[in-house]
Design a protein around this ligand. Structure first.
Ligand code: C2E
Ligand code: MG
Ligand code: MG
Length: 711
């Protein structure tokens, strides 16, 4: 700003340009000369809440209005009297609602200072930057200067008003305050005056009180404490205009632009009201939490616009199955929620949840946008949903956010059980949910400082690998070992591989964890080289699709191989078939790069996904692993027999090796041998064992193949 370069900025005269304009200019001045992106302020309103007043531009305005709506944020904290600073406001866990409202805004880092008039905080001023910003003392000093300017401007406007209309009022106040016993009537006077009169009366009361004796000050404070503060926002702004902006911002801030449904903030607001009403009426409001299953595949295979069409269609269907008083919201991504308001019987909500699951699962027509699809030809997709239900019950009051979280936990269980189903929130769901959250916290604490860096010693100690031999089915000779993760925790006890991996994926910690495990496994395998029977065993390590979609993954693998000294063709990475499609686009290139390194690739749990033949034939994998489910069914189900036979012959025709996993009985082994399955793994041969037992197993050379010769 030019004025500031000349060092000659002075606030505009509020009498001349109006206070609103004077404040707006002060705000521009607060932002521009410091090369930060914006500033905005909130001031106290008559009802004691902080209200948006003015900002330097749209994002700052959005921040202030969001703070007003959510009743939380840096301004609210600075208002308490302290300077505040937040490095990443969108990921600040203390403000759930605010961060959500700002998720589309460029605002990242924010500082805030109080605005003080007559020794009292009357509001707060924020400055923000869209990029990481090293805030300096000078930034705070500058912001304090602006806060003082704002306080002066407000004072000027009030004085002006008093000069025009306040003489009589001031006289009455003085008279009232002269007599202690009439102090309360001074307070009354303040309370019964309205609008600007009250604002003026209030300030004057304080000024007069400050000049009088101690009890007077106490009374003035009491009046203030009763919440009858001047409506500074009325004084400070062109009220009508602000109300309009605020309404529009509120509308935008409370609805989801894609579907027009309520967003999370509005949903929580309705839910809070429903819960409050329920305490009087004995109703049972319920929350249905809906998460579409494998929605990402729709986006990846048909394009994002088709994905949006699906979301809009789901929104319409949800609105059709609820009643007028219910609220349907899109919480973000492919997550929806329905507030089933005031059913008197809990079964009503259960029926609604079941109806929702059914209606979502009906086919949806979309127009694919991906190259190769025929223009004008609609595509019918079927998406199923995992649905969780939580109801207000019992005597304990429950908060809206808690009820939503309960429904979310129930949904999570529905998803973990394969999706496409409804789960009711129960104590058991609570326990697994809490355990999961606990586990995620433990993981975060452990892995916080290793992200990207070399694996930390503590991490290696907390997770160990066990190894399960892979053998040739006809001779029982060990040809490889698969590394499987295990963990033990003082509070959580034994943590299974699937539980651990899913928690690591949820928290984004799978990359450092996967890295640590790969190092551990490769080092162990190098230790076994040269032992009798270990000449050509291959180490198999499971890899999560989340790891694969990390652009640095191939580099990580090649660095770990180089450092440990394990030849690339002694390593085989196992990828779960059903989850490979999750990151189909990026994954294919990665797989080819891994093959170029010389690493082998296995499609794990084969038969559970929906890989088409054409997709499969493009994949540079070297081995298929027949899912345990089919092996288990071998002795009983004709279907499993047919699938096993088909997988083995498919593998053969594509030139791939086939491993059957989870073999527990000699009967299963026999049937697999009949269909010429080459390799095997399962408790029949060996359980997963500790790394130090592997040399003995290798020394034996051959594992039990009993039953081999039975008919
Ligand atoms: P997976 O890769 O298909 O591993 C086979 C699972 O079946 C292992 O369970 C193994 O202990 C179990 N198993 C082996 N033989 C038998 C048998 O005869 N009968 C029965 N009932 N089970 C058998 P685990 O160790 O609990 O691992 C579960 C899954 O967790 C693995 O399935 C894999 O997808 C994942 N996982 C394990 N370790 C890791 C890891 O280090 N990284 C990643 N990303 N995933 C891992
Ligand atoms: Mg595996
Ligand atoms: Mg498997």
């Amino acid at each position: 700003m030019r004025e500031s370069e000349a060092g000659a900025w002075s606030p505009a005269d509020p009498v001349e340009v109006g206070l609103a304009e004077a404040l707006r200019r002060a705000m521009l001045h607060a932002a521009t000369p410091r090369a930060i992106d914006g500033a905005g302020c909130l001031l106290l309103d008559a009802d004691c809440s902080l209200r948006y007043v003015t900002a330097s531009g749209t994002p700052a305005e959005a921040l202030e209005v969001a703070e007003e709506l959510c009743v939380e944020g840096p301004c609210h904290e600075a208002f308490a009297g302290e300077d505040v600073m937040y490095a990443d406001i969108q990921n600040e866990s203390r403000w759930e609602r605010l961060s959500m409202l700002l998720s589309a805004s460029p605002i990242r880092t924010v500082i805030g200072v109080p605005i003080v008039l007559d020794g009292r905080s009357i509001g707060a001023l924020n400055a923000y930057s869209a990029l990481p910003h090293e805030w300096q003392d000078a930034d705070f000093q500058g912001l304090h200067e602006s806060a003082r300017t704002i306080a002066d401007l407000v004072q000027q406007a009030l004085d002006l008003h008093l000069d025009e209309q306040g003489d009589e009022l001031t006289g009455q106040l003085r008279a009232a305050l002269r007599h202690r016993d009439r102090l309360s009537s001074a307070a009354e006077l303040v309370m019964h005056s309205t609008g600007l009169d009250r604002a003026a009366a209030m300030l004057r009361l304080r000024q007069v009180a400050a000049a009088s004796d101690q009890p007077t000050i106490d009374i003035a404070d009491q009046v203030l404490a009763r919440g009858r503060l001047p409506s500074l926002t009325d004084v400070a702004t062109n009220a009508a205009e602000v109300r309009r902006t605020r309404r529009e911002m509120a509308r935008l801030a409370l609805t989801d632009p894609l579907t027009g449904l309520a967003n999370r903030a509005l949903f929580l607001d309705h839910l809070e009201q429903a819960i409050a009403r329920a305490q009087r009426t004995g109703h049972h409001p319920a929350v249905v939490f809906i998460d579409l299953d494998r929605f990402k595949t729709v986006n990846d295979s048909l394009g994002h616009e088709a994905g949006d069409e699906v979301l809009r269609a789901v929104a319409v269907r949800l609105q059709e199955v609820v009643r007028g008083q219910d609220t349907v919201a899109r919480l973000g991504g492919d997550e929806f929620a329905v507030l089933c308001d005031a059913p008197t019987r809990p079964e009503v909500a259960e029926q609604l949840a079941a109806r929702i699951a059914r209606t979502v699962a009906e086919p949806i027509s979309v127009t694919p946008q991906v190259p190769g699809s025929t223009p004008g030809h609609d595509h019918r997709v079927t998406v199923r949903a995992s649905v969780g239900l939580a109801t207000v019950g019992g005597e304990h009051p429950i908060r809206a956010t808690d009820l939503l979280r309960d429904a979310d936990m129930a949904m999570y269980d529905a998803k973990a059980e394969g999706g496409g189903r409804v789960r009711l929130f129960t104590d058991e769901v609570r326990e697994t949910g809490h355990r999961r959250m606990h586990l995620e916290l433990v993981l975060r604490a452990l892995l916080d400082d290793v992200d990207g860096g070399p694996p930390h010693e503590d991490v290696a100690k907390s997770f160990r690998l066990v190894y399960q031999p892979i053998v040739t089915l006809d001779t029982g000779r060990i040809v490889g070992v698969e590394a499987l993760v295990r963990a033990n925790h003082a509070d959580l006890g034994q943590i299974g591989a699937e539980e651990l991996i899913s928690a690591a994926e949820n928290t984004g910690l799978i990359a450092p964890l996967g890295h640590a495990l790969l190092v551990q496994a490769c080092e162990a395998a190098v230790g076994w080289r040269g032992l009798p029977g270990a000449e050509d065993i291959v180490l198999a390590v499971n890899v999560s699709p989340v790891q694969l979609s990390d652009p640095g993954f191939v580099r990580t693998v090649s660095a770990v191989l180089a450092r440990s000294g394990l030849p690339a063709d002694r390593l085989c990475l196992e990828l779960t078939e059903s989850r490979l499609l999750e990151s189909a686009g990026t994954t294919l290139d990665t797989l080819f790069e891994l093959r170029r390194l010389g690493v082998h690739l296995t499609l794990d749990d084969f038969g559970t996904g929906y890989s088409s033949l054409s997709y499969l034939s493009q994949l540079p994998v070297t081995r298929l692993k027949l899912d345990r489910g089919f092996v288990t069914g071998l002795s009983t189900g004709a279907n499993a027999n047919a699938v096993a036979r088909a997988v083995v012959s498919l593998g053969r025709s594509l030139g791939l090796e086939t491993v059957a996993e989870g073999i527990e009985t000699t009967e299963q082994a026999r049937r697999l041998r009949e269909i010429d399955c080459e390799f095997a793994q399962g408790y029949l041969f060996s359980q997963p064992v500790e790394g130090d037992q592997i040399p003995d197993l290798l020394g034996m050379g051959v594992l039990s193949v009993e039953g081999r010769d039975r008919p």
